[in-house]
Ligand binder design. Structure first.
Ligand code: AP5
Ligand code: MG
Length: 217
């Protein structure tokens, strides 16, 4: 299975991806996670990406496309397929992905759009916290840990908030991504690949819709 998860910042791409990998054998590839990893390792890609991410801007297409091209060429993707989270975000990236996917012989089976109104997203992002050990994502109100201060997945007591979830950065992230959203939706709709899911329901509800789409791809 080769799929793309689309949605504005905070729509729930990462949250749904965590559920999808429990039921389907597919490799979760989040360009945002890859950039944050590179930033923490202070690699050249990471230092370059940081200057854009900290302002809520998109990392340039050539940089992002190169990262995805390298990742999709790996054996685990060849074996299990890919689930892209947060890529593509521009038409140039979508076009590049058509070529990359063709070259590795893994055409896209479907694009799932998690559809959420922008007004809902600020609250989602400002309440998000993440386990420092395993990366599981929580929300103060909508998805708290079962035991306060303890990660449900790995039991760690260490959590952090993303740097780019600060209110000023969130505003620009939303603006930048909203601008790019409609052309991308049209691109995949024209290819007959787009599946839209209402992302303003509870996490389990959203997942049951996503799961039934994936089972029928
Ligand atoms: P990235 O890390 O991908 O950030 P993003 O797109 O802004 O998306 P988020 O990860 O913030 O949100 P999400 O949709 O995963 O939501 P989540 O599941 O966590 O990218 C970061 C940056 O890297 C970009 O700004 C850009 O600079 C750069 N970058 C990345 N890809 C790039 C590309 N292709 N090109 C150029 N630059 C790129 O959920 C959010 C919160 O809501 C959580 O707390 C969760 O618990 C809660 N929640 C989830 N679902 C629900 C629900 N149904 N109801 C209530 N709460 C919910
Ligand atoms: Mg995410």
């Amino acid at each position: 299975m080769n799929i793309v998860l689309m949605g504005l910042p905070g729509a729930g791409k990462g949250t749904q991806a965590e559920r999808i990998v429990e039921d389907f054998s597919v490799i979760h590839i989040s360009t945002g996670d890859m950039f944050r990893q590179a930033m923490s390792e202070k690699t050249e890609v990471g230092l370059n990406a940081k200057s854009f991410i900290d302002k809520g801007e998109l990392v340039p297409d050539e940089v992002t496309e190169a990262v995805v091209q390298e990742r999709l060429a790996k054996d685990d993707v060849q074996k299990n397929g890919y689930m892209l989270d947060g890529f593509p975000r521009t038409i140039a990236q979508a076009e590049a992905l058509q070529t990359i996917a063709k070259n590795v012989n893994k055409p896209i089976d479907g694009v799932i759009l998690i559809d959420v109104k922008p007004e809902v997203l600020v609250e989602r992002l400002s309440g998000r916290y993440i386990c420092s050990n395993c990366g599981a994502t929580y929300h103060k109100m909508f998805k708290p840990t079962k035991v306060e201060g303890t990660c449900d997945v790995c039991g760690s007591h260490d959590f952090y908030q993303r740097e780019d979830d600060k209110p000023e950065t969130v505003k620009n992230r939303l603006k930048v991504n909203i601008e790019m959203n409609t052309p991308l939706i049209d691109f995949y709709s024209d290819l007959g690949l787009l599946y839209k899911v209402d992302g303003e329901q509870e996490i389990d509800e959203v997942y049951s819709k996503v799961k039934s789409i994936l089972q029928n791809l």
